[in-house]
Design a protein around this ligand. Sequence first.
Ligand SMILES: Nc1ncnc2c1ncn2[C@@H]1O[C@H](COP(=O)(O)OP(=O)(O)OP(=O)(O)O)[C@@H](O)[C@H]1O
Length: 301
Amino acid sequence: MANPAAGRGRGAKALPSLVQRLRRAGHRLHVHESTSYADARLRTVQAVAASQPGDALVVVGGDGMAHLGLNACAGTQVPLGVVPVGTGNDFCRGTGAARSVAAASRAIAAGRTRLVDLAEVTGALREGAERRWVGSVVSTGYDARVNRRANAFPWSLGPASPLAYAGIALAELRTFEPMHYRLTIDGAVRELPAMFVAVGNAGYFGGGMNICPRADVTDGLLEVMLIHPVSRATLLRLLPSAFTGGYVKDPAVEHLRAREVRVAGTDEAGQAMFAMADGEELGPAPVTVRAVPGALHLFVP
Ligand SMILES: Nc1ncnc2c1ncn2[C@@H]1O[C@H](COP(=O)(O)OP(=O)(O)OP(=O)(O)O)[C@@H](O)[C@H]1O
């Protein structure tokens, strides 16, 4: 399943060599270029439902396509291959999947897979959904605001670069106030104000930010990163070190591990917070995030 528009056309360019390599390796392929995100979602689900033992699903795209692929394959025996041609490729960075088209083609052709954990998110989600699987990070605070703002940005006006993303992060910072969280972490309730609470299956978010740097996709646990209220200047100072994960050393940052986290709360205006994950808007809080060990067979180098 290829998104020809992914990575500003890299999806369309990558497809012929990928198809050639996999056919040469003796694999039989059904190739579909999606016409829209909804088409890609429907076709991935249908493909997995109709699969036979030994079949695999391969998605060519960015984190959006990886999200669709893992939602189709989660909890099944169908392995997922991700051929990363997006701008961020956070899922591949965080799970050990191949980071280039060539490496992904080789890994899929060779049939090497590993079992990785996923996060299962439940709640009153968008489009009437009650459950979504997440590969990377569920965010609800400042990070979610930046992500939603970036998704609404007309990227055709400028390059989808880390610099442009940083500009959006700064614009959001100008008005951001701590959120009021009510967390239930493995049954224990905590109410607190925070800049954000990131709940990670894998570590990366926002096109390369290592926001949950100690996340391990094989430990059966979620990594929870809390930033307690800090001044805007401090949050600004912490932003660059979010790319390396170095921000976790700051005294305002708390690190936890958990099997299940329920996130509820409101923003400074009393509006329910919303949850973002894998670059997508999931829906309004409350949401419950649960670690599901070994939920996905993933092709890896
Ligand atoms: N033919 C298509 N099939 C699927 N998605 C499409 C198509 N055309 C445009 N899109 C849009 O592409 C987005 C998903 O893209 P994807 O994540 O695969 O790549 P990307 O956005 O370039 O990468 P990244 O998410 O890493 O920035 C969705 O927002 C979707 O609306």
